[in-house]
Design a protein around this ligand. Structure first.
Ligand code: FAD
Length: 398
């Protein structure tokens, strides 16, 4: 159907978890006509390919608040929309292997506890007891939050599809965003799409790993990138019963795992991987992932893999989200979950909707998180989130 010369109160670009939940929240806030444009199909970007880890144990106050908000949202979805993203409260352990990691973990815990996260310190023996599949005697202890967990990413796509349709957002799949004009005026902008123009009061730009390209189409420089990330799922084993296996993030190695259908789902980012779109499995790096996992969870050494995939994950140079109005353009808002869209996505989406509507949000103080924190070269004035995958700290072109 042609969308030529239509009008909308808001147009949201991108049908991933950030754009879709944002469109839903804009509609819930009372906008009569919200249009979501997606150049392919809902969820076909990073959002359907993720591992689903949701953690409140963030490395910064912003990360904690977004994790808390998103987890609460996941828990309340069934009442709100009649379905859910499959949030499972599994418990998440972040083990420490050096004294420096122990010190950093204690500092982080103080900040997290002050914000209301029920995180606790487990000594080395408690770590081994809490996770009998972990090779014993490996850690110096670790932080544990029983309320952290994971969602099922394809189920999240299904949940937001239901929410969009039930709330009356107009979903336009296979419609590409091509550009934006008139967005420096007070009356709104014209969104150019592959199926004509839409006059829009408000515009929200998302795009996950493609956000920089979406920004360029709108005349904006957005320092966001994409890089390959691999995930695999082992065969089943009785020792990997979900009742005994918390999720674990081996932060120094960038390796995480969680239970999945009687086996383990594990993912790891290669810190030496240059930014690019890439969905080919890197067998050499997969072997490294398997070796690190087998050293920590010996039972996995003899297990085959049931699934392996690689996909492009979004990141920002400081590994923090982008939530803010485009500089000098009050009616254009930019949103990125910075590679943590399962953990932070609904919170980022809600904050972006709030910012689009009012300029601020009760989810968190977004004032440090706008595009104005980056210099010309894409360097951020904020410190890098210390609890993140080992993402690149530069975008491809800088
Ligand atoms: C393998 C993998 C594992 C991950 N694991 C986790 C995890 O465990 N926990 C976690 O928190 N996060 C995880 N992530 C990150 C998370 O998936 C992303 O942060 C999140 O999905 C980003 O959502 P998004 O809506 O911003 O982007 P996307 O889901 O990529 O959606 C953006 C959409 O914009 C569309 N688009 C792009 N350009 C245009 C255009 N010009 N016009 C119209 N539409 C356009 C795309 O087609 C796409 O559908 C993982 C990611 C990957 C790849």
């Amino acid at each position: 159907m042609s969308v030529a010369e239509q009008t909308a109160d808001a147009v949201v670009v991108g049908g991933g978890t950030v754009g879709a939940w944002c469109a839903y929240f804009l509609r819930q806030a009372g906008l009569a006509r919200v249009v979501l444009i997606e150049k392919g199909l809902l969820g076909q970007g990073a959002s359907s390919r993720a591992a689903g880890v949701v953690r409140m144990q963030g490395g910064t106050q912003e990360a904690v608040r977004l994790g808390q908000w998103s987890r609460r949202f996941y828990l309340g979805q069934r009442d709100e929309i009649g379905t859910d993203s499959g949030f499972t409260e599994q418990g998440y352990l972040l083990p420490c292997f050096t004294e420096a990691e122990v010190a950093a973990a204690h500092t982080r815990m103080e900040m997290q506890i002050a914000l209301g996260v029920p995180v606790q310190w487990l000594g080395p023996r408690d770590v081994d007891a809490a996770n009998p599949t972990l090779a014993p005697g490996q850690t110096l202890g670790g932080t544990f939050c029983a309320q952290d967990g994971f969602i099922a990413p394809p189920r999240n796509v299904a949940a937001y599809t239901v929410a969009l349709l039930r709330s009356g957002v107009e979903v336009r799949e296979r419609v590409a965003f091509l550009g934006l004009t008139g967005d420096d005026t007070a009356s709104g902008s014209t969104v150019e799409t592959s199926q004509g123009r839409i006059g829009a009061g408000l515009v929200v730009l998302t795009g996950g790993p493609k956000l920089a390209a979406v920004g360029r189409l709108a005349g904006l420089r957005i320092p966001a990138g994409g890089v390959r990330h691999q995930v695999a799922v082992t065969e089943r084993h009785h020792d990997l019963d979900p009742a005994w296996v918390p999720m674990v993030f081996d932060l120094a190695a960038g390796l995480y795992w969680r239970p999945e259908e009687g086996g383990l789902l594990f993912g790891m980012s290669n810190p030496d991987e240059p930014p690019s779109e890439n969905r080919e499995v890197d067998e050499g790096y997969l072997a490294k992932m398997r070796a690190r996992l087998a050293a920590l969870v010996p039972v996995t050494a003899g297990l085959g893999l049931r699934r392996v995939w690689a996909a492009t994950i979004d990141y920002t140079p400081d590994h923090l989200p982008i939530i803010g109005r485009a500089p000098g353009r009050d009616r254009v808002t930019v949103a990125s979950a910075g590679g943590a869209g399962m953990m932070w996505g609904p919170g980022v989406a809600r904050a972006a909707a709030d910012v689009a509507l009012t300029g601020s949000s009760e989810v968190l103080d977004v004032s440090p998180l706008g595009l104005d924190r980056f210099d010309e070269a894409g360097h951020s004035r904020l410190a890098t989130d210390p609890i993140a995958l080992p993402f690149p700290e530069r975008i491809a072109s800088s």
